[in-house]
Write a protein that binds this ligand. Sequence first.
Ligand code: COA
Length: 282
Amino acid sequence: MALPPIQQAKWLPADTFKNEVALVTGGGTGLGLQISRGLAELGAQVVIASRTQSNHGPFLEEAEARGWSVESLQLDVREPAQCQSLIDGIVERHGRLDHLVNNAAGNFVCPTHRLSANAWRAVLSIVLDGTFYCSKYAGRHMLKAGKGTQLNIVATYAWTGMPGVAHSASAKSGVLTLSKTLAAEWAPHGVRVNAVAPGPFTSDGAKGNLWPDDETEERIRSSVPMGRFAGKAEVAAQCLWLMGPACSYVTGDCLTIDGGLSLGAGRLFADGARPGKKDTPR
Ligand code: COA
């Protein structure tokens, strides 16, 4: 029986990442998994790495069924030595590393006055430190090769802030600035560094940690101007596009993929120009 097509891969040529090697941290679940699937479908050899290797099963099974060339490794991005040896190992085995996706993250909602030092540190070290370690060690190989792309996953609250996620917002803000800094440092050497800021999309991690009940989920959904959450494949498609040759002159940018959510102030008068007056487009 033919397997269904990979939705996120359908907008790019089938050989977009042919013979290239990509590392996706947290690549076995959520958005990371969708990016990994897209990269593999478009020809890349994909290495996924995360703390919990048992999360890699679905990707490995699909890879076998579709004939993708993939590898699954254990990695805690908070450990710089682990990041270095994992990345050096990839280059030793495959001879190259063309793409890094810093997708591994940790997040939960907690009022700042209740956030323990340990909780703050846990998120900062996964999101900001982990991104720095992987970027640095992958960057060394990419600089030597004179090419490569790095993609960082942030959120629009990296520049707006948001109640309840001081740890994640601060970390993502740092990641965004790191992206721009590395983009400028490494542009002369052919290495591009970009970011994406997805709005809410459905994933088990987000559902469990950010909108655990239906009421919260509905409140968030109704505040998105497009009136819906993104599909994971829809977000992954933009990630692939930014990493691919169509964006060869794009670096240091952050693409917002949020159905207009960050234009949220525009919802203030969404029901009509005058308060209390409803209007429907004709
Ligand atoms: N609310 C408040 N504090 C929390 C919390 C929550 N929901 N979840 C974890 N913490 C606190 C813990 O209590 C601990 O602090 P303490 O020692 O002062 O009690 C600290 O955070 C570290 O937690 P721990 O579970 O020991 O750390 P970890 O490194 O194993 O976990 C996290 C990392 C905290 C990011 C964890 O939430 C996680 O792994 N989440 C799943 C991945 C994820 O969040 N993905 C992103 C989805 S959008």
